[in-house]
Design a protein around this ligand. Sequence first.
Ligand code: NAI
Ligand code: A1CAB
Length: 264
Amino acid sequence: MKIAIIGTGNLGSSIAKGLIKNKSFTSLYLSDKNTAAVQAFYKEDYVTITSDNAEAVKKSDVVIFALQPRHIEAVMESVAKCIKKHHVIMSVAAGFEISKIESLIGADKNIIRVMPNTAISIGKSMTCLAANDKGEEKIELAKKIFNQLGATMVIPEEQIQAATVICASGIAFWMRLIRATTQGAIQLGFEAEEAHELAVQTCFGSASLLLESGKHPEQEIDRVTTPSGCTIEGLNAMEHQGLSSALIQGIVASFEKINHLKNS
Ligand SMILES: NC(=O)C1=CN([C@@H]2O[C@H](COP(=O)(O)OP(=O)(O)OC[C@H]3O[C@@H](n4cnc5c(N)ncnc54)[C@H](O)[C@@H]3O)[C@@H](O)[C@H]2O)C=CC1
Ligand SMILES: O=C(O)[C@@H]1CCC=N1
């Protein structure tokens, strides 16, 4: 599989890192006007680093546009004539709709919106996918690529904005919860490094319990909350302060913002 990534910033370089780790390509073009973030990949076999977006498109079958919403339109326009029917065009840009991409490169092209998160660099992304009519034929290919880099879910395009909030922004939300836990642990007497390890490993254990058992979180909570014990005391104090409500309100605010980005 010949893959190009156009835009190798935070997300593009994370995707590149995951692809390189899995060696899941026959050639990989990494194209950016500033190639600093991917210099480390120069030594990798079958990887070409360039600032020539058109060359990267021409030499590849799958092209992943990982540009900011304010740049993607101009870049897509500039390479549109290089995009042929065999190409599978993927875009990770938040709020950049399939209809907009079709207007730039043609509705007869295979177009797939991809919404991964930065955990893609270590093969642990939750990646949501939505295709245009033509791109439906290539959705299995997209699943094959991104299943190597974590888990995938195919969803209607109308849900891509919500998926962006839950899965892509979600990385930041979970990080903040982990950070707050370390702050609590330090207050209870742990050194910062110890606090970090305790928080991260406990978070990992919680997610793993759900993944492996398929249980509902509340079932696992019931197993921890000894009657009149310290866990329920802490949980209820958090809820009195609005923990669940704060999370839900944050998710909704993020969703409102992304819908505003879409329409601005
Ligand atoms: N960072 C994240 O966790 C996620 C980001 N996204 C989306 O991914 C997209 C990229 O986000 P980031 O990687 O965070 O942005 P970024 O700013 O880190 O990366 C964008 C890259 O595009 C390059 N670029 C700009 N103009 C260019 C041009 N004319 N030709 C070639 N390269 C050019 C920049 O030099 C930069 O390296 C955005 O649309 C964002 O909505 C989606 C999911 C998660
Ligand atoms: O914050 C943002 O707008 C982008 C989309 C999801 C993650 N980063």
